[in-house]
Design a protein around this ligand. Structure first.
Ligand code: ADP
Length: 351
């Protein structure tokens, strides 16, 4: 089995280099949306990399509850998902002594910077936004918050003077908007001494898209997810429901075209993966066997994290303390940026 959460090395033996660590002196920032339970796609596509380098660089990880309001307008659900994400990160190995985890809304200055940025953003640029266009294409009424989502995202990054933003390739467009805004702000207001940095998107493109139980990309929107902390009957039911073809048990099978095997590859070490691939090719190994192997691998891989998660569930005060401390550090950094931004823009204050 591959090393479980919190002990994973930067180099993934099965895939070579999985991420290029930012240089010393970098400030890493990343937001996590509390819009539902975190799933295996989120873990292998983003969280695993977050946890890997969070203690190696000054990092700000925030639970983007302002962003989530563009789709979740249910106070209890938003509160629950926000705390769940904090517990998930801590259980998966996030060390609050080494890095900052906090709620976006605990640094409300970010909304002030968003407003300033909105006055610098051409409407035409936001109209090209992929998430916004998708909603409109689906016939949904996109609210102005969703329309301006990339601008809040830019403020999230630039308020902490973030230099590196670990995101999936799907976020590239938004990071470009962020870079444009930093440049536009500096050109207009900062003269020869730039106030905002030019962030590096630091695209995490090494993990292929994790398939869901139906074979499409695993996503909350498709209801095909396997939760990181699913266990027992729930986990079993989801694993058993993964779609496969109907090749009979005794026939040889192609592991490379199988969703179950794609998931197995994320959890198994080289030997286990080769052994299971050989079973597929030999025949006499059915998809039911593969699913049982996958179930055992998932259960094992997250065993320690799951145990830590159970303990954290009864320690909400501790979790809130972690978030409070993270917010305090983040707010100091945000205030420094904001006083320079206010001065540069002529927003005088009598406070
Ligand atoms: P969802 O599609 O479930 O709403 P998000 O858009 O909130 O997921 O994704 C959060 C992060 O997880 C992003 O960085 C995204 O690239 C990554 N991610 C989400 N789903 C997958 C997947 N199936 N495979 C790889 N990465 C994923």
């Amino acid at each position: 089995m591959k090393s479980s959460p919190s002990s994973s090395p930067i180099i993934d033996r099965t895939r070579g280099r999985v991420d290029v660590a930012p240089a010393a002196g970098s400030v890493v920032v990343s937001g996590i949306q509390p819009s539902g339970k975190l799933h295996l796609g989120n873990y292998f596509g983003a969280i695993r990399q977050h946890i890997r380098f969070h203690d190696k660089h000054e990092s700000y990880f925030f639970i983007v509850n302002y962003h989530a309001l563009t789709s979740i307008q249910d106070a209890e659900a938003l509160r629950r998902y926000s705390l769940d994400i904090a517990m998930d990160y801590l259980a998966l190995g996030f060390d609050p002594e080494k890095s900052n985890l906090f709620l976006q809304s605990d640094v409300p200055e970010v909304t002030e910077l968003t407003w300033i940025f909105l006055t610098l953003t051409p409407v035409s640029q936001l109209e090209k936004g992929v998430a916004y266009k998708d909603k409109v294409a689906q016939g949904l009424t996109a609210n102005a918050g969703l329309f301006a989502y990339p601008v809040l995202q830019a403020a999230d990054i630039l308020i902490y003077a973030g230099t590196h933003v670990p995101v999936g390739a799907d976020q590239k467009q938004n990071i470009e908007i962020c870079r444009d805004l930093a440049q536009r702000f500096n050109d207009r207001f900062a003269g020869d001494a730039p106030i905002l940095p030019d962030p590096d998107p630091y695209i995490l493109d090494t993990v292929a898209v994790v398939p869901g139980t139906d074979g499409q990309k695993m996503s909350k929107s498709y209801r095909n997810t396997i939760g990181i902390f699913d266990e027992g009957k729930t986990l079993k039911k989801k694993v058993m429901s993964i779609v496969t073809d109907s090749t009979p048990l005794e026939d040889p099978k192609d592991p490379d075209s199988c969703n179950v095997f794609a998931l197995i590859s994320l959890f198994a070490d080289d030997n286990q993966r080769d052994e299971i691939a050989a079973n597929y090719r030999r025949g006499g190994y059915g998809y039911g066997h593969a699913k049982k192997d996958l179930l055992a691998l998932i259960t094992d891989y997250f065993a320690e994290a799951r145990a830590r998660r159970h303990v954290l569930e009864s320690k909400e005060d501790y979790v809130l303390d972690v978030l409070r401390q993270g917010a305090e550090n983040a707010r100091k950094r945000a205030s420094e940026t904001m006083s320079r931004v206010r001065e540069a823009t002529g927003l005088i204050t009598t406070r």
